[in-house]
Design a protein around this ligand. Structure first.
Ligand code: LRH
Ligand code: MN
Length: 431
């Protein structure tokens, strides 16, 4: 179903008068704290977060999966849905593919998929390899298995298969126009003594160096840490410290990817972001939210203040603008319509960015210099408590998108239309 932009414009027209008065008021309020609201709108309009190909369907848990109808059946339809998402948010201009869940094949297959995406104005963000599931295309007819790990496996033939899979994902990414590879490993231990921490680390490092040797000069490579799951005693790349050691040990263009859900409870993630940015090894993000584990819930739905603080650290690292990095969403949907969840996730990112931009950084630095914690908190909260929704809506409008993305999505009846064509229990491969 091709995006009918006139429908979006119609829905915007209904809301335009309210929007313009709300916008004038918001610009006035923000101006009073010494912040230029126009700069906020422009910077929010510049922001984009890649949509994960694996999250336009229903992920499910090990306890069950409840499909919502009309789910994409292949990568083409995943990109159709992401193009629709982007037409409403104006801030999901790229898709992040996961191989082999998305594998058009090299040559004609990749060229055709690239053409389809380009026609819809969607680019290809970081590619994700998969050495955490056995799959005929990666582990052949069972000759090798990732049961006991991939790059960390004691068996050289398994490590070789994992390295070659990553080489293939890079080759595919080059043909699709991607410029980065994300390596997340499920490798680790379930039982104390099952393996040597050091040997596992050294085998992974050796593997990453081999993969990096295949990465084109104009590409980046990301290491993604995670404390546990699917390994429940230790993960090889368990935290930002290990991820940094792996990145520094592998190569200059290897950086750390921060998945917000990959931190133990009460971890100060904004400080992790500050540290990685400080040493020039902050490569990207997988934005989501969680209450307990790696729950992959809607961005900003559980800890919006933490998200605001994380974006604040990015603005500090970027001199008041978002630094160049791979901003991506990584969620798994169970109850909501996946597209509605991604609309709300993107809106939460745009809102957190606008709030962080509404912090008068000069006033904050003054308060910090004066050890005036109360005034520093006032300056910070003034940004966080500013109603920035009109500024965010204006940023979407200037990108040709919807003032109210969720209401417009429902008004155009996309889910019903794709359910009619794809079926009530259609689904794609993968999570
Ligand atoms: C691991 C992870 C990783 C992806 C997967 C879909 O938990 O965050 O980024 O490969 O989810
Ligand atoms: Mn992730």
């Amino acid at each position: 179903m091709v995006v009918d932009r006139s429908r979006i414009e119609e829905e915007n027209q209904i809301r335009l008068a309210w929007h313009e008065s709300d916008l004038a008021h918001a610009l006035d309020v923000v101006g009073r704290s010494g912040v230029d609201g126009e700069v906020v709108v422009t910077e929010v309009a510049r922001f984009s977060a890649a949509a994960p190909s694996w999250a336009v369907g229903t992920g499910g848990t090990r306890f069950g999966r409840f499909p919502g109808g009309g789910e994409p059946r292949n990568t083409y339809e995943k990109i159709d849905d992401i193009a629709l998402l982007n037409s409403l948010t104006g801030a999901n201009r790229t898709v992040s593919l996961h191989v082999p869940w998305d594998d058009p094949g090299l040559g004609a297959g990749a060229a055709a998929l690239r053409r389809h995406a380009e026609e819809l104005g969607i680019g290809f963000d970081a590619m994700n390899s998969n050495t955490f599931q056995d799959n005929p295309s990666t582990t052949g007819d069972g000759a090798v298995s990732y049961k006991f790990g991939s790059l960390a496996n004691v068996d050289e033939s398994v490590r070789r298969a994992a390295i070659e899979h990553n080489h293939y994902v890079i080759d595919l990414g080059v043909e699709l126009g991607s410029r980065a590879l994300t390596v997340w490993l499920g490798d680790g231990m379930n039982h104390p003594g099952q393996a040597s921490f050091r040997s596992q680390f050294e085998r992974v490092l050796t593997g990453l160096v081999d993969i990096y040797a295949h990465v084109p000069d104009d590409w980046a490579m990301f290491t993604e840490h995670k404390p546990y799951e699917p390994a429940f005693y230790s993960s090889v790349n368990n935290d930002w410290g290990t991820s940094l050691l792996l990145a520094q040990g592998t190569g200059d263009r290897v950086k750390c990817l921060v998945d917000l859900g990959h931190h133990l409870p009460n971890t100060n993630i904004e400080q992790v972001v500050s540290r990685l940015a400080m040493v020039g090894r902050l490569g990207g993000f997988h934005f989501n939210d969680s209450k307990y584990g790696d729950d992959d819930l809607t961005v900003g739905s559980i800890t919006p203040f933490q998200l605001f603080l994380i974006i604040g650290e990015l603005l500090e690292a970027g001199g008041g603008r978002m630094p160049v990095a791979a901003y991506m969403i990584d969620e798994s949907h169970n109850l909501k319509d996946p597209l509605e969840d991604l609309i709300q996730a993107t809106d939460a990112l745009q809102v957190a960015l606008a709030q962080a931009l509404c912090v008068n950084r000069a006033d904050l630095a003054d308060a910090q210099q004066a050890n005036d914690a109360a005034r520093a908190a006032e300056v910070l909260h003034r940004g966080f408590r500013t109603d920035v929704r009109p500024l965010v809506a204006e940023a979407r409008r200037r990108n040709g998108a919807a003032l109210d993305a969720l209401a417009t999505y429902r008004a155009i009846g996309y889910r019903a239309a794709v359910t009619a064509t794809r079926g009530a229990d259609s689904m794609a491969t993968g999570l």
